[in-house]
Write a protein that binds this ligand. Structure first.
Ligand code: NDP
Length: 252
């Protein structure tokens, strides 16, 4: 997918929500979506980071984004309902969601894992996107074509020792995607897929692999062809798929 070339106006007139838009892959995707014409709703927990992305998009002369601060660790069901209501009050339709925010959680054997930390990772990586999607479906139905992208990982497709809650959360994300894709196929305009970015030079990767030379991995910006392809209408027939943004390394 990395050789996909998006036309400059691929996302013109579309409104797209990106979670974890302040850093890493989410930041690059928000900037890239805006550069291709989208109005991007920047969601995340660190307002200063979201504001920096907002400024970057504005300075580039791209459509004015919106900011929605939310911490997935502490947000409740009604917070997600309120978030969907507020987005619906400002926008007539939602054309896409990139569920990108995640935490790595505690690495190590299940036997010595901390139960509360395990559950918190599921809260951030799985329950939050579930609640958000559930409440956003009515607004996604208002779009002519809508794309929901859940971010997976290689460890969401094959279990790996010591990746505990993160691995489990990504497997469950694949399941959530499959259920939604099957439910919405033929009865809606909404397609739902997962995208595994693969090993990417971000803070999360550097934390997970401290001994690795970061520059052996691509920067988030280099993955954007895949993120654009799946968000735009060139992927209209793609639903219920588990896709990879780049060729997979053994450790990605
Ligand atoms: P980063 O850690 O660089 O960025 C994660 C983003 O998620 C940040 O914007 C962060 O906000 C946000 N976030 C984390 N916790 C919360 C929370 N509680 N509430 C709201 N927002 C939160 O990660 P990457 O960019 O590397 O990862 C992006 C996605 O790609 C993730 O889903 C990850 O699992 C996946 N992935 C990444 C790989 C890689 O090699 N980098 C490989 C495979 C999958 P803040 O900056 O404020 O902390």
């Amino acid at each position: 997918m990395l050789d996909y070339q998006a036309r400059p106006d691929l996302l013109k007139g579309k409104t797209i929500l990106v979670t974890g838009a302040g850093a890493g892959i989410g930041r690059a995707a928000a900037i890239s979506y805006a550069a291709h014409g989208a109005t991007v709703i920047l969601a995340g927990r660190t307002v200063e980071k979201l504001e920096a992305v907002y400024d970057e998009i504005e300075q580039a002369g791209n459509p004015q984004p919106a900011i929605y601060p939310i911490d997935f660790k502490t947000a409740t069901d009604s917070d997600y309902q309120q978030m969907a209501n507020q987005i619906a009050a400002s926008f007539e339709q939602l054309d896409g969601v990139l569920h990108n925010a995640s935490q790595l959680g505690q690495m190590g054997p299940i036997e010595s894992s901390h139960t509360a930390t395990f559950m918190q990772t599921l809260q951030v990586n799985l329950n939050a996107p579930y609640m958000l999607t559930r409440y956003l479906i009515p607004l996604l139905r208002e779009a002519e074509h809508a794309s929901v992208i859940f971010t997976s990982s290689s460890v969401g497709r094959k279990g790996r020792a010591y990746w505990g809650s993160y691995c489990v959360s990504k497997f469950a994300t694949e399941g959530l995607m499959q259920v939604l894709a099957d439910e919405l196929e033929n009865v809606s305009n909404i397609r739902v897929n997962t995208l595994n970015p693969g090993a990417t030079n971000t803070a999360m990767r550097r934390t997970a692999f401290p001994a690795e030379r970061p520059t052996t991995n691509p920067f988030p910006e280099q993955l954007m062809p895949a993120y654009l392809y799946l968000m735009g209408e060139d992927s209209l027939n793609v639903n219920g798929q588990a896709l990879n943004a780049q060729p997979i390394k053994a450790t990605s």
